[in-house]
Write a protein that binds this ligand. Structure first.
Ligand code: GLC
Ligand code: CA
Length: 501
């Protein structure tokens, strides 16, 4: 393992209910993840991030936590988690959990026993909107005769981060898991913890706002994105850094304004270690758009900070569908981009197979979101037969599966594995600087460090990119070893890593 692993490392996101089922009840579980560590080690990832594993009534599939220091019985026991962490550690794989600090489940005992930990008002105080099922973010609790805040579903009451007891509870929760050897956390809605103290109205979106904000019609400057949230991460980073090895904080910072997003890294070493870059998730797989996001990111980040790139997750969907409309050659280009930019990369389980969104018929939909996010959460296809008994979400298409792709050296799975391995053998690819290179329209090219160039053609016409050297890895595997003199010719949906000398 290269230290510290998260700088330029590869994370692998596991949706535990859908990854691997050890006891045949149709629900993936922790023992299932442990049983597949051999696969993850073979793939070469540095870390796994598990979506929430805690007891939960599952209104939002684990993002409504009823107990922060236990394991959901569907997924196993604390002992199973300890075994997973230990076995992963033996294989050089770090385990990150998902921390959900913005809200709890309404069934968390705190909601009745310690209501002061939540945000209350006597009347609906403002125009804040709930993210699920629409409507006001305030719901009347008849028992308490007051309104509580929920930025998400009404079963997910928001905690009051102005209350020092909330901060103290979460420091206890962090220590609980860090002491068990958990390597860090992905932090859910990291930009939302602190709310405006005076509960002022959010403001209407204008034409200048990004498309995401415009779609919601509202610029959330008071219900989230408060500057005071940074203090929380300062404190957590001190705590995480006090461990050996230091624990890692990866934020779901859903802020598309790149300079505002970059502020969650603090000075570069005193807030989050990494934050997912959603500006890239929201871009099309198109050279000009992506180049622009990456340039803005490199310009905004403090010098010592590392970006974190991803194209899929349990909310946004799968990159093979979102970016590539199912096209496998394009999916390889997307993987090439994610795994050769400067920074950490996060693959969502199945990305390495070019797995497309699953088909979930309306009667099988279980998600509270609209549109439902179930198609991104269908079971991992381990083989042509699937490898599941009656899984909790349907697994219909197994044409791209682990067994077949592992047996085929020309598969996207092998392509992804070889790309990950190349990050280890070419230090420039893992840690070198990013510098954009000139490229014809539709194409995008960049240099990493001194000796590595990457070029990808995301357009619809053949191009020639001015790079020189030897093709170390290409989406068309037959081209590896090719010497490039005057320029690299790339057909549409083709890309390559070229080393000098
Ligand atoms: C985050 C999670 C998402 C969840 C929401 C509320 O965006 O990724 O799945 O629904 O927070 O917790
Ligand atoms: Ca199970």
């Amino acid at each position: 393992m290269i230290e510290p692993w998260w700088q330029g490392g590869v994370l692998y996101q596991v949706y535990p209910r859908s990854f691997a089922d050890s006891n045949g009840d149709g629900i993936g579980d922790l023992e299932g993840v442990t049983s597949r560590l051999e696969y993850l080690e073979w793939l070469g990832v540095d870390a796994v991030w598990l979506n929430p594993i805690y007891p939960s009534p599952n209104v939002d599939w684990g993002y409504d936590v009823a107990d922060y220091t236990a394991v959901h019985p569907d997924l196993g026991t604390l002992g199973d988690l300890d075994r997973l962490v230990a076995e992963a550690g033996r294989r050089g794989i770090a385990v990150l959990l998902d921390l959900v600090p913005n809200h709890t489940s309404i069934e968390h005992p705190w909601f009745r026993e310690r209501p002061d930990l939540y945000v209350w008002a006597d009347e609906v105080p403002n125009n804040w909107r709930a993210a699920f099922r629409g409507g006001s973010a305030w719901t009347l609790d008849p028992e308490r005769e007051g309104y509580y805040l929920h930025n998400f579903a009404r079963e997910q009451p928001d905690l009051d981060w102005w209350n020092p007891e909330v901060r103290a509870e979460f420091e206890r929760i962090l220590r609980f898991w860090f002491d068990r050897g958990v390597a860090g956390f992905r932090i859910d809605v990291a930009h939302a913890l602190v709310k405006d103290r005076e509960l002022r109205d959010d403001v209407a979106a204008t034409d200048e706002d990004d498309p995401h904000t415009r779609a919601h019609g509202i610029r959330r400057i008071h219900s989230m994105n408060r500057p005071e949230t940074h203090e929380v991460f300062h404190a957590w980073r001190r705590l995480a850094d006090s461990y050996e090895p230091p624990r890692v904080l990866v934020g779901e910072v859903y802020v598309l304004d790149v300079p505002a997003w970059a502020r969650y890294y603090g000075s570069g070493s005193d807030e989050l270690n990494l934050a997912f870059n959603f500006a890239l998730v929201h871009a099309d797989l198109e050279a000009a758009q992506m180049r622009h996001v990456v340039a803005a990111t490199e310009a905004a980040l403090p010098a010592s900070a590392w970006p974190c790139w991803t194209g899929s997750n349990h909310d946004a969907g799968r990159l093979t569908t979102r970016w590539c409309d199912g096209d496998e050659a394009l999916a390889r280009c997307a993987l090439l981009v994610l795994l050769t930019l400067r920074g950490a990369a996060c693959l969502y389980y199945g990305d390495e197979l070019a797995l497309a969104a699953g088909h979930v018929p309306p009667e099988r939909v279980v998600d509270v979101g609209d549109p439902p996010r179930d198609p991104a959460r269908t079971p991992m296809p381990w083989s042509r037969e699937g490898g599941w008994d009656d899984p909790w979400l349907p697994l219909e298409d197994t044409s791209r599966n682990v067994e077949d792709e592992r047996a085929d050296p020309g598969s996207t799975l092998h392509f992804t594995r070889d790309l990950i391995a190349l990050r280890r053998t070419l230090p420039d690819l893992r840690g070198g600087s990013y510098a954009e290179l000139p490229a014809p329209e539709g194409a995008w090219a960049w240099r990493r460090g001194e000796g590595v160039s990457v070029a990808v053609n995301l357009g619809s016409r053949p191009v020639e990119v001015a790079v020189e050297g030897r093709v170390a890895l290409a989406t068309d595997r037959g081209r590896e070893g090719e010497r490039v003199g005057g320029g690299l010719e790339l057909a549409p949906a083709e890309g390559a890593v070229v080393t000098s000398g």
